[in-house]
Design a protein around this ligand. Structure first.
Ligand code: PLP
Length: 355
């Protein structure tokens, strides 16, 4: 049996060892309202988690003007620790996404300070079992009751918190990915590099079709000619070919992951050959056929590193290096999770303790 939150005052009880992802929420949420008529962003409030009240003409419900983020808080060696991993990156990305969606940005300091305040309030909900964490979901939605198409003049920013389980309770579980040449996730000039719900809505059908064939996720190619590899539905993608670590370069259609950036820095610091460049599906298939494909892994906040054992492209199945988790994926997972939990040295100052 796992442990229950030490000072549980909410209504939900849970077993830390059985936590999944995203079904349990803590007691409190943070809200900040924006009104153009009332001078912009108002003051932050911490309230009990509750349903939102929204007019049915609320613009987010019709035109999808919305942005979100995802990061985690970890318990640390000291009882009072609340550890965040590179939260400044999430806040900066949030504001870049807002700019793309015509949503007024938030003051990064207010964002950080209020998020920390909320975490301190619900600190007893941070799970402590290995691999568990408190997932943080900052979100902003357009709330103006208006059916004409234009940017909203009112917004609601909120942060909710959800204790989440270990992604790999029994060690790495490599995933199978389906390369789609039928659907596209993002096109140049679109919203692919913004963290906005629309990208997910656009990806669901392809993901459902992949699930039906036994694949965990979809690997997206570029929209124009379906030649260049872009990313997985919720993760960036890395390849090790001939000892070169390759990830598609950012260019507007790929979500700039915090984990992606961390992987790149760590690989470079170890002296590996690292390339952010175009990698075509043809190059991947040819490397696999020649036995030169050493590793494939995804990177993202939820799993940190997700090894890929198989991929399917145009009806052909390819096994990555005998389907076993690669050395670089293992090392990166251990290193990043070690830094996140303050169990390994943090040479880049990535961890912020708000406890
Ligand atoms: C959030 C996200 C990622 C991963 O970003 P992290 O900051 O590493 O969590 C990758 N791709 C998409 C489409 C995403 O939404």
């Amino acid at each position: 049996m796992g442990t229950l939150p030490r000072n549980r005052t909410g209504s939900q009880q849970y077993d830390e060892d059985k936590l999944g992802f995203g079904d349990i929420f803590t007691e409190h949420m943070l809200t900040i309202e924006y009104s153009a008529a009332d001078g912009g962003w108002g003051s932050a409030k911490i309230i009990m988690v509750q349903d939102l009240s929204l007019h049915p003409a609320g613009m987010v419900l019709h035109y999808g003007q919305q942005v979100f983020e995802g990061l985690k808080a970890f318990s640390g060696p000291k009882d009072s620790d609340i550890l965040l991993f590179r939260p400044d990156m999430n806040i900066a990305r949030f504001n870049r996404s807002c700019e793309r969606l015509c949503i007024p940005p938030l003051d990064p300091k207010i964002f950080m300070d209020q998020m920390a305040e909320l975490l301190r309030r619900d600190r007893d909900w941070i799970p402590r079992s290995p691999g568990t964490s408190l997932y943080i979901r900052p979100t902003v939605i357009a709330t103006d009751a208006h059916l004409g198409v234009r940017p909203s003049k009112k917004y609601l920013f909120f942060i909710i918190l959800s204790p989440v389980g270990a992604y790999y309770p029994e060690g790495f579980e490599p995933v199978r990915i389906m390369v789609t040449d039928k659907y596209a996730r993002a096109a140049a000039g679109g919203v692919g590099e913004a963290k906005t719900g629309a990208n997910y809505a656009a990806s669901l059908l392809a993901a459902e079709e992949a699930h039906a064939e036994g694949f965990t996720q979809v690997l997206w190619l570029n929209a124009v000619d379906k030649s260049a590899i872009e990313e997985v539905g919720t993760m960036n993608i890395f390849f090790r070919i001939d000892d070169e670590i390759i990830t598609p370069k950012l260019g507007g259609t790929i979500l700039p992951g915090v984990t992606r950036d961390s992987v790149l820095q760590l690989c470079r610091s170890k002296g590996m050959k690292v390339s952010e460049r175009v990698i075509s599906i043809g190059e991947l298939v040819s490397a696999a056929n020649k036995g030169k494909l050493q590793e494939v892994f995804g990177s993202g906040t939820a799993a940190v590193i997700s090894p890929v054992s198989h991929f399917r492209y145009l009806g052909h199945d390819y096994i990555v290096a005998d389907g076993k988790t690669g050395q670089v994926a293992k090392e990166l997972f251990d290193e990043i999770t070690g830094i996140q939990l303050a169990k390994k040295p943090d040479p880049y100052g990535w961890v912020v303790n708000v406890g």
